[in-house]
Design a protein around this ligand. Structure first.
Ligand code: B4P
Length: 199
């Protein structure tokens, strides 16, 4: 399965992804983690990304596409993965479509996690990561609504968008996502077996 997680900063994408990849047996591809890792290893890409991340801005598409492209080429991603925080712009979404089309690898589902802004600010204030200050959180929110939220329509039109309430305990939220993905997985295996029977 290929799953995309979309939602504003601090909505719980990273938290839920960690549990879902264990449940689904697919790798977790988080662009936030990949960029932070590049930064820690002092690579040139990491240094360039830091300027944007520390100011709460999205990292430019070419840098993100380079780092994700390299990750998705690795063998463990060939049969599926969970994309956490990618794509975040229309340019990234189109580049991903092209990449997957060339490999005959469709997106199974796009999960939109939703919580209200007050709750997000409260959660992030507790985490205390370098980019979790009130001013930077506001900028990250702005980037989300301007650049990432339009993607919801892009995937809704393709009937692969599922909206999940992210308020509640992590167990409750996990159960909601799991129920949706179980259904998607069931449909995928039905389609596969229909195709096999038709051959
Ligand atoms: P990310 O690392 O993706 O971070 P995020 O969106 O802020 O966090 P997430 O939603 O995963 O929240 P989490 O589960 O951790 O991005 C960081 C930066 O990298 C971006 O601002 C951008 O600069 C750059 N970047 C990344 N991808 C990019 C891309 N594709 N293009 C361009 N730039 C990109 O949860 C947050 C907190 O809430 C945690 O402390 C958690 O414990 C808590 N929490 C989670 N679920 C909870 C629940 N149910 N109840 C209470 N608390 C909960």
């Amino acid at each position: 399965m290929r799953i995309i997680f979309i939602g504003p900063p601090g909505v719980g994408k990273g938290t839920q992804s960690q549990r879902l990849v264990q449940y689904l047996g697919i790798p977790h591809v988080s662009t936030g983690d990949l960029l932070r890792d590049a930064l820690q290893r002092h690579t040139e890409l990491g240094r360039m990304a830091e300027t944007f991340m520390s100011q709460g801005q999205l990292v430019p598409d070419p840098l993100v596409l380079q780092i994700v492209g390299e990750r998705l080429e690795q063998g463990d991603c060939h049969h599926g993965c969970l994309l956490d925080g990618f794509p975040r712009t229309l340019g990234q979404a189109k580049a991903l479509d092209e990449f997957l089309q060339q490999r005959g690898a469709p997106i199974s589902a796009v999960i939109e996690l939703k919580v209200d802004e007050e709750e997000v600010v409260r959660r992030l204030a507790q985490r205390k990561r370098g980019d979790d200050t009130p001013e930077i959180i506001r900028r990250r929110m702005k980037s989300y609504w301007e650049q990432t939220a339009p993607l919801l329509d892009y995937y809704r039109k393709r009937n692969i968008l599922y909206r999940i309430n992210g308020v509640g305990t992590t167990d409750e939220v996990f159960e909601r996502i799991k129920a949706v993905l179980d259904e998607v997985r069931e449909k995928e295996s039905q389609t596969q077996s229909d195709a096999t029977n038709a051959d």
